[in-house]
Design a protein. Structure first.
Ligand code: 1Q0
Length: 212
């Protein structure tokens, strides 16, 4: 009976996708991971046109990875580790210049997921007086700004100013009560942390945390 403005987006689907992306062997399944991102894109699209440059950017990265999955070697892109080992084995990862390797492309989404983790955590802990633009900017400064050019940082800060207030966020997420929000957000944060940590270790152990 609840009416929510972001009917297409469901935060539960983000949670389910990221949870199901992790196997018993602590592998991250690439397809499930990307499905989680598909859902996040719906959220950004519900925010309106100011955010479309961000969702276009994410769609571009997802597109590159799906393209790799659809090639003859697509089965190698089954999990994050299988992708990394395949690309390293075949010298497809360039450590000196920018290419469209799966490893460097996924690294961009990986870093963005840290931003989301911090932002959702802050949102869950926030109070009535909190300002979403500030929460978003703080998370951005910590997780993403160090990797972005000056121009991108300015554009991001401008976009943050256009963010709706907390109430609207909770409405899109379809949450009526504050307590409920905190619970759902913390659960989502946990599913993100789990995926993030596994991927962070996979990138770290292969010396690939700084791919150009
Ligand atoms: C909620 C509003 C979204 C706020 C997004 C924060 C990040 C903003 C910064 C985006 C700038 C994008 C412009 C291009 C950047 C690229 O230079 C960069 C590097 O790529 P490359 O190929 O040049 O090396 N690209 C990236 O860093 C890719 C990732 C961009 C950030 C995407 C983060 C979007 C996450 C959105 C999920 C929102 C869901 C919120 C759910 C809330 C539920 C209560």
């Amino acid at each position: 009976s609840k009416h929510c403005s972001g009917q297409d987006f469901q935060i539960s689907r983000v949670l389910v996708s990221f949870n199901s992306a992790v196997t018993k062997e602590e592998e991250v399944l690439l397809e499930q991971y990307l499905v989680g991102w598909d859902e996040l894109i719906k959220f950004m699209e519900a925010l309106g046109t100011v955010f479309s440059f961000i969702s276009q950017e994410v769609k571009g990265k997802i597109g590159i990875l799906r393209e790799l999955q659809s090639t003859a070697r697509g089965n190698e892109y089954y999990s994050v580790r299988s992708m990394m080992d395949h690309e390293l084995r075949h010298n497809l990862v360039n450590f000196h210049k920018q290419t469209n390797s799966g490893c460097r492309t996924l690294l961009r989404l990986h870093r963005a997921l840290k931003w989301l983790e911090l932002f959702l955590h802050k949102l869950g802990m926030s109070s009535d007086e909190s300002n979403t633009s500030d929460l978003c900017q703080e998370a951005y400064n910590e997780a993403l700004a160090p990797y972005h050019s000056w121009l991108v940082r300015q554009a991001a800060s401008m976009a943050f100013l256009a963010l709706p207030e907390r109430k609207v966020f909770f409405d899109i997420v379809c949450i009526e009560h504050e307590g409920e929000a905190q619970l759902v957000l913390e659960r989502t944060v946990r599913s993100i942390v789990r995926v993030y940590n596994i991927m962070q270790e996979a990138y770290h152990s292969r010396g690939m945390l700084n791919l150009p």
